[in-house]
Each structure stands twice: as structure tokens, then as C-alpha cells.
Design a protein around this ligand. Structure first.
Ligand code: 2GW
Ligand code: MN
Length: 284
């Protein structure tokens, strides 16, 4: 196999951070070779689960999500889409490429939207203990109000990965919207924290996703018993988890972008972008 060889004195990019101090790669375009990675990940046997939740009116996002995933997400690999919903009959029947399947799974309707978002952790925990273990090797857990816009492949896979929040990668640490109430299980003091990770994109192997989601769910329940809810819900607890269980890989904001932030120079690709929503129509 022929490919451009690395040069010890010539970093492929100098405009972004490629590696954390704990030696986790940060995945940016131009820093990896997808053919080498695909060969390493032994294309044939890899099974990847992509999970989303579409509760209440959020079922409207499913079609675009799946259609664009067919075009860009792990093309050539074995993919299972897990769509959790309370409106099973609203999920369209779609034709999928070979090696890909869609599983529609029933999930409860919570009244408060914060609860809809947060309870994803509990449900992912439960499925990671059972079904996911048998069916997939890696899980990718994302928001549904999104569309794929460019390639997302095995370069994202690792035991435990998180994603830099598109609104926070460049701001001073003290601005990070971590939970700052010391009574909360999600509390992070002002002088701690590495990055601000997005709630809408994390994953890893099933065992690690199990540990992550159980931590987050238990922490949320402990807070609930104290009548506390962290400022950014599941995202706050995820950030707490990653502080003490550092990701083994981090995805750059290429993997979770919002066009309302514009397109900065360092951003060579926008692989997964938010679908603008009419907040009144969709959230009420
Ligand atoms: C309804 C009203 C208001 C907010 C959310 C919802 C809602 C969310 C819903 O009616 N049905 C539903 O399925 N959801 C799911 O929760 C859906 O999968 C959605 O992608 C996810 C998070 O809600 P979303 O995408 O509207 O909120 P964002 O984009 O502001 O989410 C960020 O912050 C959240 C915590 O507040 C999460 O951490 C999320 O992962 C982040 O991207
Ligand atoms: Mn979202």
C-alpha cells in the first residue's frame, strides 16, 4: 500500500492542536490518512451503531438525518441506525445500502424537554448493557437535529471519544459553561477542565459508552434528589465525566458544526451540521 509518508520534522498542520497533553489525537482534516486507518480497523468485521433520539416532533429530523448518513457516514462499513422514538409510525421507511440496517426502538415521552435530552443517558446505558453488546463494536451517539454534509469515517473511532463544542473551542477556559455550583455532581471548579465538549456527539466502544452513560445518569439522579439540574443538562455531566476519564480521541468541530458561527479559516470541512429549527413550531 502506497501513501504519503509522515515526516518527523514536518507537521501536516500547524494552525490547530493535533494532540492533547494526555496523547489523545484531535481529529482534523489533513492530519490522518483514511486508507491507512481503514486497513487498520479491518473494514470487514467492524460494526458501528449510530444512535439518535426522535421524541415528539423531533421525528421530522429523521429522514434527512438517515439520508445524509447513507451518503457520508461510515460508507462501506457495517452500520446499524438505532432510532429511539415515542412515535414509531412517524419514522419513514427508507431504503438503505447493503450492510446497513435501521432499528426503530420505543422510548418514553418525557414532558420537560430537559428530561427528554437527559434521559438519553439512561436509555443508552440500558441498551449498552444488553443489546448493543451483541450487535455492535462501536457506538456513535448524536443529536438528531443534524445532517451529514461530508465524510465521517473510522478516523473518529476510539475507545472513548468526545467532540469539541463548535461555540467553545477558542474561548478562555473560564468562559466554558461548565456547571459551577459546587453542590452539583457536574461541578467543575474554575481552574479545572480541559476542553468544553459537546453533548450532541460522543461515543466509543460499548463498554466505555456504558460507563459514561451510567456515570451521567447516576449523577443526574443524585442531583435530582437534591433538586438540582445542571446548567446544560446532559452536556454538563458529560463534561464532568471527561474531566476525570479523559477521551482517548477528540473530534474537532468539523464533526459538529453550526453554520451560524460562520466558516473560520481552520475549518476545512463541515462534516455534520445543525439543521436550523423553527423553535416555536418544533419545541412546543
Ligand atoms: C424539545 C424542546 C426543546 C429542546 C429539545 C426538545 C427535544 C429534544 C424533543 O422534543 N425531542 C427530542 O427528541 N429531543 C432530543 O434531544 C433530540 O435527539 C435532540 O437532538 C436532543 C437535544 O435537543 P436539541 O437538539 O433540541 O438541543 P440542542 O441542540 O440545544 O442540544 C445541546 O444541548 C442539550 C442539552 O441542553 C444536549 O446536551 C445536546 O446533546 C446538545 O447538542
Ligand atoms: Mn441539537
Amino acid at each position: 500500500m502506497l501513501y504519503e509518508k509522515p515526516d518527523a520534522l514536518k507537521p501536516p498542520r500547524t494552525d490547530i492542536l493535533m494532540m492533547t497533553p494526555w496523547f489523545a489525537p484531535i481529529v482534523w482534516n489533513g492530519t490522518y490518512n483514511i486508507d491507512v486507518l481503514t486497513a487498520q480497523f479491518q473494514q470487514r468485521d467492524l460494526r458501528i451503531g449510530l444512535t439518535v433520539f426522535a421524541i415528539k416532533k423531533y421525528t421530522v429530523f429523521v429522514q434527512t438525518f438517515i439520508e445524509t448518513a447513507e451518503k457520508y457516514f461510515m460508507v462501506g462499513h457495517k452500520v446499524t441506525y438505532y432510532v429511539f422514538t415515542d412515535r414509531v409510525s412517524d419514522i419513514p421507511i427508507m431504503e438503505l445500502a447493503e450492510g446497513r440496517r435501521l432499528m426503530v426502538l420505543r422510548a418514553p415521552t418525557y414532558q420537560r424537554w430537559q428530561e427528554v435530552s437527559m434521559r438519553r443517558m439512561e436509555i443508552l446505558r440500558d441498551y449498552s448493557r444488553q443489546r448493543f453488546t451483541d450487535e455492535v463494536d462501536y457506538l456513535v451517539c448524536v443529536d438528531v437535529d443534524m445532517r451529514f454534509n461530508d465524510e465521517v469515517g473510522v478516523e473518529i473511532l476510539s475507545d472513548r471519544f468526545g467532540t469539541l463544542h463548535p461555540g467553545m473551542y477558542g474561548v478562555p477556559r473560564k468562559i466554558y459553561t461548565y456547571e459551577r455550583n459546587p453542590q452539583s455532581e457536574a461541578f467543575i471548579p474554575l481552574d479545572e477542565g480541559d476542553f468544553y465538549y459537546a453533548g450532541g456527539y460522543f461515543g466509543g466502544n460499548v463498554e466505555e459508552v456504558y460507563k459514561l452513560t451510567s456515570f451521567c445518569h447516576n449523577a443526574m439522579m443524585a442531583d435530582k434528589a437534591k433538586n438540582i439540574e445542571a446548567i446544560w443538562h446532559d452536556e454538563s455531566y458529560l463534561n464532568k465525566y471527561f474531566l476525570y476519564h479523559k477521551p482517548t480521541k477528540i473530534l474537532s468541530p468539523e464533526y459538529l458544526w453550526d453554520d451560524s458561527f460562520g466558516i473560520p479559516k481552520f475549518l476545512k470541512r463541515r462534516r455534520f451540521v445543525t439543521v436550523p429549527k423553527k423553535h416555536n413550531e418544533i419545541r412546543n
